[in-house]
Design a protein around this ligand. Structure first.
Ligand code: PLP
Length: 386
């Protein structure tokens, strides 16, 4: 099977029987594009590694030093950071790490810098710890640039943490080196800790390069904790496998203390696939995935921007797009209208922060046929309103 056949294999008929939650919450006549989860099949190499772990009965209490060593090697090779295996922690997906980071840095009332819009897991963590979000507004009309002056205005003595997500879900931005450098300078000047989620590091378009914030210089490295995962590149969110690293002993020690109270370790089956997912074995998949997503992105940009009052930006990274619908409806109304009239299920922009109003988040990681069918349906429904 060629890569094109793999990426274009999903059809609505097949997907409605998928075990993916994305396809399960709406009625079967709806195309769901709300969750950050691809429609592509799981790679045979991943299945084989899982089968082998079961055959080897790798199901006991067991040390995680082997996968942490593989992670430290990947972090050195890909992220240009020197960390020892003991400076790496395995977590049950990236999601809990967002909460660990806020829990580590903040008490009630402390301020956390959050880009606006921002992946909603961060908003939930800040809300849960009763910290206060200090929104770093990203302007849609300005291409969601990370504006240095705006960041300077909101960082103060009460700021305990700067949270970032790069590549950025839901804005689809990939931070430039100068944007990252500006964050690093401000964090170092104010001695503010930074937590950065780099889960989407593989999904970059137009030859962009992923730069890890902590790799910029030793000063920012010592203030930063970074998280990565496997759920987006390989569509294996159900393995609940994430990892983080920091060379800041206090941060890392605190993360380990918090983690010890809420998780007992990591799943041996998830660990079994770490070597092939983090070495270069599956780089062909990363490359072919980007080629396919580039094709889908072009279709979306061309076709969605032809729909009256829809602005669909050309995303730089991730497979999540965050178009604006200027159709005189709130997000909730747009969601309900498109669900009823177009039978397409999208995420409401407001769940990603106040600047998400009038935006909907769309997962474009699907086949050309499903993407075109979803656009046909949205086009028909939205043209009726124009
Ligand atoms: C930026 C970001 N961080 C974390 C997560 C959660 O990742 P995981 O499923 O690995 O916990 C997601 C999921 O979409 C995400 O987009």
């Amino acid at each position: 099977m060629s890569s094109d056949d793999i990426f274009d294999s999903p059809t609505v008929e097949k997907m409605v029987n998928s075990l993916n939650r994305k396809w399960q919450i709406y009625p079967k006549d709806v195309i769901p594009m709300w969750l950050a989860s691809p429609d592509f099949p799981i790679l045979p190499e991943i299945k084989q590694a899982l089968h082998k772990a079961v055959d080897d009965e790798d199901l006991y209490y067991n040390s995680d030093i082997k996968p942490r060593t593989a992670m430290a090697e990947k972090i050195k090779r890909v992220n240009n950071l020197q960390v020892a295996p003991d400076e790496v922690m395995i977590i049950q997906g990236v999601e809990p790490i967002l909460w660990f980071a806020v829990k580590h840095a903040c008490s009630e009332g402390d301020e956390v810098v959050l880009p606006n819009p921002m992946y909603n897991g961060f908003l939930h963590a800040v809300h849960d710890i009763k910290a206060k979000p200090a929104y770093w507004n990203l302007d849609f009309e300005d291409g969601y640039k990370f504006n240095e002056e705006k960041l300077k205005e909101i960082v103060n003595k009460k700021t305990k943490l700067i949270c970032l997500c790069n590549p950025h879900n839901p804005a689809g931005r990939v931070m430039t080196k100068s944007e990252l450098k500006a964050v690093a300078d401000i964090a170092v000047d104010n001695q503010t800790r930074v937590f950065i989620d780099e889960l989407w590091e593989d999904i970059l378009f137009d030859g962009r390069e992923h730069i890890s914030l902590a790799s910029l210089n030793p000063e920012i490295e010592s203030l930063t904790a970074t998280a990565w995962g496997v759920s987006k590149t390989f569509g294996v969110a159900g393995l609940y496998l994430g990892y983080m690293a920091s060379t800041n002993k206090e941060m890392l020690g605190d993360f380990k203390k918090i983690a010890k109270l809420v998780q007992r370790g990591s799943n041996t089956l998830a660990r079994a696939v770490v070597p092939i997912m983090l070495d270069e074995t599956l780089d062909w998949w990363r490359r072919d995935l980007i080629n396919h997503l580039t094709k889908i992105r072009e279709i979306c940009v061309k076709r969605m921007n032809d729909i009256p009052n829809v602005k669909f930006p050309k995303i730089e990274g991730t497979y999540m797009a965050f178009p604006r619908f200027d159709i005189g409806m709130t997000c909730e109304e747009i969601h309900d209208y498109l669900l009823k009239e177009a039978k397409v299920g999208l995420s409401q922009g407001t769940s990603f922060g106040p600047l998400g109003e009038h935006h909907m988040r769309i997962c474009i990681a699907t086949s050309e046929a499903i993407m075109n069918e979803a656009i046909d349906r949205m086009e028909n429904a939205l043209t009726k309103l124009a």
